[in-house]
Design a protein around this ligand. Structure first.
Ligand code: SF4
Length: 442
């Protein structure tokens, strides 16, 4: 076996897991194939957060079955949250799959590959203790901006969410381990890190002195902020119930921490928030937004919204629409509620018909698109600090792309030698999903 292709579905956590899968395969001497047709091994890293993601996965498997009929030596592997959740049941629907392993078993991939012919496929979905099995070489896609896991799993059990079942209980990584990883990334040219966790705001729970010292999330930000050569820090995701004043202060005062937060609201109805087991009310959420904006008036905000949660009335939904108009997020990730195995929400009464969920979703997408475009247009004439990440998507020589501190994509003309540096860019046009601009002298 000489080459591999990893197909990734889902969130940044999955993207980073795929980087580790690629790192493990590269260490085994396999080369990355340009596409699935050229690969000896195709690995699908799956997401089960919504029913639609699961449907997409099975449709992808259907295409791979056809490819395997043409090339019987092709090895097909499935990893990630569906692998963890479904295990051997995947083989019933797709007996042509050769390897199945969960999020926590990436390090076992070489062993699974070497025993391929010896036995019938059997899902490996163990939950080892600790987190050391997650620390693996990664083939990172970006040379300027990188992900760094600071914790794994989740303890929150929001009633619609499978994450605690497929990624296990929350475990924080030692702060000295995290600092070492960021330092080595910086030495290799990385200038921005995004610290990853299901709920970074509860980072440090359970750490003690034998784990390299007690450390909460604002303290971790301070440690990372002091690393020479690093230019920017982002993080995702923040649970609103755990967003503390000390985090707001750290964000406002640490120069490398970007004024950009993803703070999932889900719904602006207290009834829905209670049924979702989110453990905050809408007023508490608004109070936290107020504190963030009081300290950082130009704070960029994004959120997740679920429409059509069981029992959601027109009034509940209208409250969410009113909140979107009031808060004016920079962007949102809206979803229709979808039934997920093992979750408490499955047992709730008042499931909403599909057509009503779809109509609510369409409306909030339309409303938010207008807000996003207005906010992007309002930035015209302003000068944004941009970290240059590379050529723009068109690949045209002399066209560069980067992100503002608020996380917006900014495209502009400039020399490729600027990649990895901060430049000031005057915004000349605000588009739906990006900004255009021109470099001004620093
Ligand atoms: S905080 Fe809630 S929504 Fe987020 S991963 Fe944990 S259980 Fe899921």
């Amino acid at each position: 076996m000489r080459s591999y292709k990893v197909l990734t579905f889902g969130c940044q956590m999955n993207e980073h897991d795929s980087e580790k899968i690629s790192g493990v395969l590269a260490a085994e001497g396999l080369a990355s194939a340009r596409d699935v047709e050229d690969a000896d091994l195709v690995l699908v890293n799956t997401c089960s957060i919504r029913e639609k993601a699961e449907q997409k996965f099975y449709s992808e498997l259907g295409k791979l079955r056809l490819l395997k009929e043409k090339h019987p030596s092709l090895v097909i592997a499935v990893s990630g949250c569906i692998a963890q959740q479904e295990g051997d049941r995947i083989l019933k629907r797709a007996p042509f799959v050769d390897i199945i392993f969960g999020n926590q078993n990436i390090k076992d991939l070489p062993g699974l590959l070497s025993s391929l012919d010896a036995k019938r496929p059997e899902a490996l979905t163990e939950f080892p203790e600790g987190y050391e099995h997650f620390i693996l070489p990664a083939e990172r896609r970006g040379s300027v901006a990188s992900f760094v896991n600071i914790m794994y799993g989740c303890n929150n059990y929001c009633s619609y969410c499978v994450v605690p079942y497929v990624r296990g209980r929350e475990r924080s990584r030692r702060p000295d381990d995290i600092v070492r990883e960021v330092e080595s990334l910086v030495a290799s040219g990385v200038r921005e890190v995004t610290l990853l966790g299901q709920n970074v705001n509860s980072y440090g729970m359970g750490l003690d002195n034998k784990d390299g010292g007690v450390c909460n999330f604002p303290e971790l930000l301070r440690l990372v902020d002091s690393i020479d050569g690093l230019l920017r820090i982002r993080f995702v995701t923040s649970h609103p119930k755990d967003l503390s004043d000390s985090l707001v202060e750290a964000m406002a005062t640490l120069p490398k921490v970007c004024e950009n937060i993803h703070l999932p609201l889900q719904s602006a109805s207290d009834n829905m928030l209670l049924a979702m087991n989110r453990r905050y009310g809408f007023l508490e959420y608004m109070d936290k937004i107020g504190r963030l904006r009081a300290e950082m008036s130009d704070m960029a905000l994004s959120t997740d919204i679920i429409v059509g949660f069981p029992g959601e009335t027109e009034e509940d939904y209208d409250n969410t629409v009113a909140a979107l108009r009031d808060i004016r997020y920079d962007s949102i990730f809206p979803f229709k509620y979808s039934r997920r195995p093992n979750t408490k929400a499955l047992t709730l009464s008042g499931h909403i018909p599909e057509d009503i969920k779809a109509a609510r979703l369409d409306e909030i997408i339309r409303i938010q698109n207008e807000i996003t475009e207005e906010k992007n247009r309002a930035r015209v004439g302003r000068v944004e600090e941009v970290l240059v990440e590379g050529q723009d998507r068109s690949g045209t020589p002399g066209r560069l792309s980067g992100r503002s501190r608020g996380g917006k994509v900014v495209n502009f003309e400039g020399d490729v030698s600027l990649v990895g540096t901060l430049v000031d860019v005057r915004i000349t046009e605000g588009k739906k999903h990006s900004l255009m601009g021109e470099i001004v002298q620093r």
